[in-house]
Design a protein. Structure first.
Length: 690
């Protein structure tokens, strides 16, 4: 396979999928006369196995999309209008640098970067950009919008984002898929689960929605949103009552068993059944299956932690394998995220030492709506005067989006958006800068669903005038150097390939091997906690967490009711969750026509009884509303929602909504118990025929 600088008219270039998905696939891009004609999975990479999801297999359509931004744009109409005039890179970067310098001279913290996982790459996601903002002294961003509740819960239980190796699920005898629509969001894990199923394993799905995955499992526990901790505690109750416990493992490798045992005994299945809305028999049967199956594995996903008690829920579920000793087997245990094994040199990439003695404030990205409308002063500090957005679309994806849109519409807010398309957020920008796609730049990737490192080589030259994120921040730094000589330091000149080389611990990942093969396997034990060895301060699975206690948080897992609970007699009698539509990834791919056609239009899934009570027929236009706003979409009475629950599939761009909104018009900015994360699936609404 040739590299992208080959003189051959036909080449195949190794790369990596950049998207926020646990699979992190190895890609092969076929290039003919400089044009990418096909993207496929690399069959040589065991985790990818030559298979890609429907989304990423359409990547050439996204790269060569007719609506792609290919030149710098300057706003020429009102904010939010999407009216722009093309300008040169020199004009755009010179003006942006001058504006940011002027603000930073008064108050560096008035500048805010806003980015997340539009690319999961270490170079295009968190390298030169961080150096730039550290040197400027800008506000720091608390990147909480997806996984911080579950991630911090694992940190306080296992010591980090650690767990089973995904390939060993193929050997499991029981697989509990908890809070995950694996067919749509974790396809390559699903292949292992199917292999186990063919070999006789039992598959159980726990999810408020009857997903495509739930339909393919032997059993589906369709619990109420946000009640997962109650279910986990009831399972523990039954494990204790029936003595389906590994007493040796508990004694040697756990901390706080006596306290957890006392807590679990408060949760008989009858109590949990009433909270979760489940039959008692489903809970007792799952406990029996889990407690009596030697190779029992849990694939936990982030849907569980998007409610007020999400961190506690993850902690409760994460305790289960230690009760039964499931960790003794490589096909037993739990996987939420494996990213903690990645030997990334983040400090070398981000250079926090550029801050010096400065300690800027931290702004939570999940409450950006409130932050942009904050007048400034007091504990908050200076008002936010400039936002630089990249790898994200906050006007569409952040909660309580009416406030987010209102904030970005401020005439006194200077906004720069680095993007591929004119998204909802880009429509509010003063400047839109054209970014490269994954086919056009260098990057290096870890994974949170497997334990390999992947290298992405550019397959084609940048389309139009697109530039990589790292290059854009290099060039901004060069222009800032006229105001502040510190921006002329050598670290602001590192090339994208150099940054790739800096990204990993060379003693664990050989860059030349990555160049040759495109991926590298990390040398890791097959059963990470077979003999304990957790990464916690105690070296044990910490049922009771001293680190949580030090934060003033309950150190023992517990069930916390949602921020918002439906009241059948009140104004908002329905719970609402908003999982991703199968053909989108957050707000990415919404404008890829084949994928958009597959989704059709914004939908609200309803139970037949809830729809009938409101005179709503399948396909009807409906008004979904609460005190925060209203959203118009179409009802789908397809049997996937449980009674009392509606499901708004996301995340469509707001401009595609019938009334210029999407489902985040209805979500709130209240945070989770652990990890300061959003509670997207903790929301109440009413629905009427429109």
């Amino acid at each position: 396979m040739s590299s992208s600088d080959s003189l051959s008219p036909v080449s195949v270039v190794r790369g990596a999928c950049p998207h926020d998905c646990p699979d992190t696939c190895a890609l092969l891009t076929t290039v003919v006369d400089g044009v990418a004609t096909r993207v496929q999975g690399n069959p040589e990479h065991p985790q990818t196995g030559g298979v890609l999801c429907a989304k990423v297999s359409k990547y050439p359509e996204r790269t060569y999309h007719a609506e792609r931004v290919l030149t710098p744009l300057k706003r020429s109409g009102p904010k939010g209008s999407g009216q722009f005039t093309p300008v040169s890179w020199d004009e755009a970067l010179t003006d942006i640098a001058a504006r940011l310098h002027g603000i930073a001279q008064r108050a560096p913290e008035a500048v805010l970067p806003y980015s997340y996982a539009g690319t999961m790459g270490l170079v295009q996601g968190e390298s030169m950009d961080r150096r730039f903002f550290h040197q400027l002294g800008a506000s720091l961003l608390d990147r909480t919008i997806c996984s911080s509740a579950g991630g911090e819960a694992l940190l306080h239980t296992y010591g980090g984002k650690l767990g089973m190796r995904v390939e060993f699920f193929a050997e499991s005898r029981l697989i509990v898929i908890w809070g995950s629509n694996s067919i749509g969001s974790n396809l390559h894990f699903w292949r292992y689960a199917q292999a186990a199923k063919r070999d006789g394993a039992r598959l159980v799905c726990i999810d408020p929605r009857k997903t495509e995955t739930a339909e393919k499992c032997h059993e589906h526990l369709q619990l109420r949103p946000g009640t997962d901790a109650a279910l986990a505690l009831a399972l523990m109750h039954e494990l204790i009552r029936n003595d389906w416990l590994d007493h040796d493992y508990l004694a040697r490798h756990t901390l706080g068993w006596d306290e957890l045992r006392e807590r679990a005994l408060e949760w008989p299945p009858e109590r949990a059944a009433a909270v979760c809305g489940l039959p008692v028999e489903q809970i007792t049967q799952l406990a029996r299956d889990y407690g009596t199956t030697e190779r029992a594995a849990i694939r936990l996903n982030y849907g569980v932690q998007r409610a007020r008690g999400g961190g506690n829920a993850v902690r409760a579920v994460a305790c289960l394998p230690a009760l039964t000793g499931a960790w003794r087997h490589r096909a037993g245990g739990l996987l939420l995220s494996s990213s903690g094994v990645l030997p990334a040199r983040r400090a070398a990439l981000q250079k926090p030492e550029l801050l010096g003695a400065r300690r800027p404030r931290t702004v939570n990205m999940s409450t950006i709506g409130n932050a942009l409308l904050e007048p400034g002063g007091g504990a908050f500090g200076p008002r936010i005067e400039a936002v630089v957005v990249y790898n994200s679309n906050p006007v569409a994806v952040a909660p309580e989006s009416a406030k987010v849109a209102q904030g970005f519409a401020r005439d006194d807010l200077f906004t720069v958006v680095i993007e591929h398309f004119l998204t909802d957020t880009a429509d509010h920008a003063d400047y839109v800068l054209p970014a490269t796609t994954q086919l056009e730049h260098w990057d290096i990737h870890g994974s949170y669903g497997h334990t390999d490192v992947l290298l992405n080589r550019p397959a084609i030259a940048p389309v139009g005038q697109a530039r990589s994120n790292a290059q854009i921040f290099r060039e901004l730094a060069a222009r800032m150097a006229q105001y502040d000589p510190a921006f002329a330091q050598p670290c602001f000149s590192d090339s994208d390939e150099t940054l790739c080389r800096q990204a990993m611990d060379a003693s664990k990942v050989d860059f030349d091997s990555l160049l040759a093969t495109g991926f590298a396997h990390l040398p890791l034990p097959e059963a990470p906690f077979a003999d304990g060895g957790f990464a916690t301060p105690s070296g044990k699975c910490e049922f009771v967490s001293a680190s949580l206690a030090a934060l003033g948080v309950n150190p023992l897992p517990d069930y916390l009711p949602n921020h918002e609970l439906p009241d059948p007699q009140g104004p908002y009698p329905l719970a609402m969750i908003s999982p991703p539509a199968r053909n989108f990834l957050n707000s990415t791919f919404v404008n890829v026509q084949k994928l958009r056609n597959a989704e059709g239009r914004p939908l609200l899934e309803m139970h037949p009884d809830d729809a009938a009570a409101r005179g709503i027929a399948d396909g009807a236009l409906v008004r979904v509303f609460n005190a925060r706003g209203e959203h118009l979409c179409h009802a789908s009475v397809n049997g996937r929602a449980r009674e009392g629950l509606v499901i708004g599939l996301g995340i469509w761009w707001r401009k595609d909504g019938a009334n210029g909104t999407n489902v985040n018009e209805l979500t709130h900015q209240h945070l989770t118990d652990i990890g300061r994360a959003p509670s997207f699936y903790d929301c109440v609404v009413q629905v009427q025929a429109a």
